[in-house]
Design a protein around this ligand. Structure first.
Ligand SMILES: [Zn+2]
Length: 253
């Protein structure tokens, strides 16, 4: 953005940056402009994408473990959305969640009852998920890629179904949860640093109008997107050099 202000057009310089727990990336362009990029993705979306990356690169244990964490954090997200519907205060929700934060089973219980209260119907969890999950998490079992895909399908399908329900019935509440997340992340950035927001993850994104309906489909599409992004880096690098050359005031060309 700072380059754009100076040049009057984008610099096209590709910048690859890592991000961690806070889903914030600090970047610096070749002209020394520093900025922060904020992802609006929820934790479960980041973990799903991390699982996809691990699986594509052959780290099956890490992929299964990220999937399992994504599943847990998804219930936290759903609980947050349900609580928005009942207008609970942030502080009361935080204090309540603190008491269940270390035991995922308690969170699942919270989700089931909030679902019952919100929609008036029961939600039946897939009973096959805990089996492989427990083997990986508690016994260090190293799954095959096919086993990860099977676990991925089960977890993805659960997330897909509940997300569709939330998007159709609690869209405003969902937006509020996303805004809260952005606000929290924004407060972590030092005041003098310019910032920009991105929708974030590509594997699964609440910001997209439609999601791929299966894990396998999402994986294929994500792999393609990853290759396109990586493949465009050398091209963008050349383009940004060319743009810089033509942008010079006394350019001889
Ligand atoms: Zn710049």
């Amino acid at each position: 953005m700072e380059c754009q202000k100076e040049l009057g057009h984008p610099s096209f310089e590709p910048i690859v940056a890592d991000y961690y727990e806070e889903a914030l990336a600090y970047i610096e362009c070749s002209k020394g402009h520093k900025s922060a990029i904020l992802l609006q993705s929820q934790k479960f979306e980041v973990l799903l994408e991390s699982a996809a990356n691990a699986l594509i690169e052959g780290y099956t244990l890490e992929a299964a473990s990220s999937l399992s964490s994504a599943y847990e954090r998804f219930f936290e997200f759903a609980i947050n959305v349900f609580c928005k519907k009942s207008n609970t205060s942030k502080e009361a929700l935080e204090e309540t969640f603190k008491q269940v934060s270390k035991q995922s089973e308690r969170q699942v219980g919270g989700f089931l009852f909030l679902h019952l209260l919100t929609f008036g119907t029961h939600y039946t969890l897939n009973k096959k998920i805990p089996e492989l999950r427990n083997r990986v998490i508690h016994q260090g079992y190293i799954p095959t890629p096919d086993e990860v895909v099977s676990l991925g399908e089960l977890i993805y399908s659960e997330i897909f179904t509940i997300t569709a329900l939330i998007k159709s019935s609690l869209s405003n509440e969902m937006q509020q949860v996303i805004m809260d997340t952005l606000q929290r992340r924004n407060e972590k950035i030092p005041q003098d640093i310019p910032r920009a927001t991105t929708t974030g993850t590509m594997f699964f994104s609440l910001a997209m109008a439609e999601q791929k309906s299966s894990f396998q489909e999402a994986l294929v599409s994500y792999k393609e997107a990853r290759e396109t992004v990586n493949g465009s880096v050398p091209f963008l690098r050349s383009l940004s050099k060319l743009v810089a050359l033509f942008s010079k005031p006394n350019n001889p060309v």
